[in-house]
Design a protein around this ligand. Structure first.
Ligand code: PEP
Length: 248
């Protein structure tokens, strides 16, 4: 019922030549049955949108919550619209940690993205000490509740949430499929509480954190996991294509 998603987060990686090679390589290799997305650095977005096949979707990794203003170095959501991107990652743990992004700010960004028809990929997830203290669900509920405060959902298919335990990101230590499923299922319950069962069942929930060719299939078997948000393993075009093919 929910179309699977494989989204790559390239972070601050790749040159223009590499991006051109990537889009040429993946053309005709990625499956239609999976929503394949790459979230690239701002400077390459326009190029990527122009060069990519229709079924390779493009996203940004962040945006400012205001249309314009004196915010040196920031990128406006209207500028993102100009590039032709469809998606935007919001609230990635690296933004929360290194750029002091609060849930209140992320909430404003989600509202702005939806206002402009950009599809948000909201990241939530706990640090290791929170998990060890048995407070993962408490944190997830708090993040989801604050991030969606006052957000009106017209089309749940345009909202994506990525459960990304911080201890699993870039560490090579993925959450096992049962742990990931428990968290994604809990997120769906929180969405049901805030909105409705119908809405919660249409929102796609991804797992992110050291997803690789060796664990993607196991993760995808779980009913509440609708896809992956992938950092390191999405960088090489061959690996991205295989991840997309396995994310069915
Ligand atoms: C990420 O940065 O969102 C991520 C999940 O990274 P990795 O796949 O490298 O752990």
């Amino acid at each position: 019922m929910r179309k699977p998603i494989l989204a790559g987060n390239w972070k601050m990686n790749k040159t223009r030549d590499e991006i051109i090679h990537f889009s040429l390589f993946v053309t005709n290799r990625i499956p239609d049955s999976v929503e394949c997305i790459v979230c690239a650095p701002y400077i390459y977005l326009r190029d990527l949108v122009k060069r990519s096949p229709d079924h390779l979707h493009v996203g940004a990794q962040n945006m400012h919550e205001k249309d314009f203003g004196a915010y040196t170095g920031e990128i406006s959501p209207l500028m993102l619209k100009d590039t032709g991107v469809e998606y935007v990652i919001l609230g990635h743990s690296e933004r929360r940690e290194y750029f002091n992004e609060t849930d209140e700010k992320i909430n404003l960004k989600i509202k702005k993205a939806l206002e402009l028809d950009l599809k948000p990929i909201l990241c939530v997830g706990e640090k290791l000490d929170v998990r060890e203290a048995g407070k993962t669900n408490e944190l997830l509920e708090s993040q989801i509740t604050k991030d969606f405060e006052g957000v009106v959902i017209d089309d749940p298919k345009n909202i994506i949430i990525a459960y990304e335990p911080i201890w699993a990101i870039g560490t090579g230590k993925s959450a096992d499929a049962d742990t990931a499923e428990a968290a994604c299922g809990f997120i769906r319950k929180v969405l049901e509480k805030i909105y409705s069962k119908d809405i919660s069942e249409q929102i796609r929930i991804l797992y992110g954190g050291s997803v690789s060719l060796s664990n993607i299939e196991e993760l995808m078997k779980k009913p509440d996991i609708d896809g992956g948000l992938v950092g390191g393993a999405s960088l090489e075009p061959e690996s991205f294509v295989q991840l997309c093919q396995k994310a069915i």
